[in-house]
Design a protein around this ligand. Structure first.
Ligand code: AHR
Length: 328
């Protein structure tokens, strides 16, 4: 009798737990739909290589927070495309409502995006572009015009050096990422158009401060003569500036440093004259992605491609007020 009572009690408890729990946003058991009250978004992020990337992650996490009705499944790919492909496959397996991809590189996405398409999960691409792809494999893209950023930097160099001969050290981002491709194309066009410009060193610093410093130290050790450092992001510029200072070379006086991103810390260095020109790359994509999802939820068709507006900062005209008003 005692045993029968115990079995009945356990069965009742099990029923109560599985049927009347209400969705708290966390998966609680095999039979229960996880996160059923939320719009579930799987976000495959490139990594955590730069201040820009950290600001981008924060923006996505804030915009797609539970308080706004979202459950964000975040994956940091540590700058590896294979990890992103695995993350996307996991999102498909988890039956997320949307996949957001910030792609490491431009190519190599066809197969996995075809898999997402086959199960009807919309894919939103942010930040960098993917190239040569069947456009039906993603819903839309929002990000930066990296080639334009490169062109803006080159136009400033032309105005600043007015035909003077200059030697340029080029610190590239991750090879095959559209941020690297566009900014490098911009510089290459400048090199072709300005016969007095000479490229004296070019290597990838993978968008990190440590690598930027290492590459600059190598250039200095090889006693290469240079006037300009064209650094494809702020973090590599920080590293390069540390190396310059350690060697007694004054950034902004002995050499001109050009950078991309224009994050707050880098703008302080621009105001101080250590970075002469900084081209903005806007990382605040969270609200943009949320607006796209809201459109899709409402049955509307978002624009296929959206380039964000960006500006650039010259150390001669930048003010503290501008820096104070920046969000990143
Ligand atoms: O794709 C944007 C680039 O990636 C940023 O310029 C860089 O800082 C980041 O790592």
């Amino acid at each position: 009798m005692k045993k029968t009572l115990l079995v009945l009690l356990s069965a009742f408890l099990l029923l109560a737990l599985s049927g009347c729990g209400g969705n708290t946003g966390a998966p609680t058991g095999a039979d229960e739909e996880p996160y059923e009250d939320f719009i579930v978004v799987g976000f495959s992020q490139v990594g955590a290589e730069s201040d820009w990337r950290a600001a981008n992650t924060r923006s996505m996490q804030e915009a797609l927070a539970e308080a706004n009705g979202y459950k964000l499944i975040f994956d940091d790919a540590q700058q590896k495309q294979e990890r992103q492909i695995t993350a996307i496959r996991n999102f498909i397996h988890q039956e997320v409502d949307y996949i957001v991809l910030a792609p490491t590189t431009e190519s190599g996405w066809d197969t996995v995006l075809l898999e997402a398409k086959a199960v009807g999960i919309p894919v939103i691409i942010v930040d960098r572009m993917i190239g040569g792809l069947d456009e039906s494999l993603f819903t839309c893209w929002v990000g930066s015009d990296f080639r334009k950023e490169g062109d803006v930097a080159v136009a400033w160099m032309e105005e600043r050096f007015l035909g003077e001969p200059i030697n340029i050290v080029h610190l590239q981002g991750n090879i095959r990422s559209s941020a690297q491709i566009g900014r490098t194309e911009g510089l290459d066009a400048g090199l072709s158009a300005n016969e007095n410009w000479t490229l004296v060193a070019r290597e990838s610093g993978e968008f990190t401060q440590a690598k930027g410093q290492e590459l600059m130290e190598e250039v200095i050790a090889r006693q290469i003569d240079f006037d300009v450092v064209y650094s494809e992001n702020d973090n590599m510029a920080y590293g390069a500036i540390d190396a310059l200072k350690a060697a007694g070379i004054r950034p902004g006086i002995d050499v001109t440093v050009i950078s991309f991103d224009a994050s707050k810390a880098a703008l302080e260095m621009t105001l101080a004259g250590e970075i002469s020109y900084n081209v903005e790359c806007n990382p605040l994509h969270g609200p943009r992605v949320r607006a796209i999802i809201e459109q899709l939820e409402a049955g509307e068709t978002p624009r296929k491609f959206t380039y964000v507006e960006e500006t650039a900062f010259d150390s001669r005209t930048l003010t503290q007020e501008v820096i104070d008003s920046r969000e990143y």
